[in-house]
Design a protein around this ligand. Structure first.
Ligand SMILES: C[S@@+](CC[C@H](N)C(=O)[O-])C[C@H]1O[C@@H](n2cnc3c(N)ncnc32)[C@H](O)[C@@H]1O
Length: 216
């Protein structure tokens, strides 16, 4: 599937790639997740990023010592842009980008699996989390909107407003909707498969950033 059922991911990828070329390093949320992963351990490890967009986190993790990386995304344009950025940054030999739906495509085992602002773009969070967590040999990292308390309310209002705009501009955005999934319920699913939270941060009020490690 390209472009997430004909919505907007391809357009966003072109925009994100332009921004990535202008900027020196990843945005604040992505940078915070890279830091948290590096604290837990990236050096000489393999990384799978599901919903990699144009690959900024993947490439930053290679810069921070990851040995090799795979990025997957629903959007063909995002994957093309990620490959181009990897070439431009001299990382193409260690990074592979493929078009795939991370909730169902067969995923090779990697030491570290990461989903940065992806779960909120996908309706079936449980399927996406269960399937991707199974590919994590030791470490799993996520950023998704907070769902509890005042921050959860702010996230719901922001995402609800965005969804209204998507609905009004259906010709451009198709059926795309974003979601505030229940973070605690997703963390219970991770705990049930032995992934224990070892890092946790709030970024820009609404983002829940967390890294989990396998027990034992
Ligand atoms: C908001 S963008 C985030 C991109 C990047 N991770 C970042 O933080 O800059 C969400 C991305 O997730 C991808 N995506 C959504 N659902 C997906 C799925 N089930 N499998 C793979 N990619 C998915 C979209 O195509 C899009 O590129």
């Amino acid at each position: 599937m390209s472009d997430g059922e004909g919505c907007c991911f391809d357009d966003w990828a072109r925009h994100d790639a332009r921004r990535a070329r202008r900027r020196d390093g990843p945005d604040r949320v992505t940078g915070a997740l890279v830091d948290a992963l590096a604290e837990v351990g990236l050096r000489d490890r393999s990384l799978l990023e599901v919903g990699c967009g144009v690959g900024e986190l993947t490439l930053a993790c290679l810069d921070r010592g990851a040995d090799r990386a795979t990025g997957t995304d629903l959007s063909r344009e995002a994957v093309d842009q990620a490959r181009r950025l990897a070439e431009e940054r001299g990382r193409a030999g260690r990074a592979r980008f493929v078009v795939a739906d991370g909730s169902v495509a067969p995923l090779e085992q990697h030491d570290v699996v990461v989903l940065n602002r992806v779960i909120c773009c996908f309706p079936d969070a449980a399927a996406l989390v269960d399937h991707t967590a199974a590919a994590a040999r030791t470490t799993y990292g996520v950023v998704l909107p907070r769902s509890e308390g005042l921050a959860g309310l702010v996230a719901r209002v922001a995402i609800g407003t965005g969804n209204l705009v998507f609905r009004l501009r259906r010709r451009r955005f198709g059926d795309y909707r974003a979601f505030v999934h229940d973070v605690a319920a997703l963390e219970r699913r991770l705990a049930a498969v032995g992934l224990r939270r070892v890092r946790h941060r709030r970024v820009r009020l609404v983002w829940h950033l967390a890294v989990y490690e396998r027990d034992g």
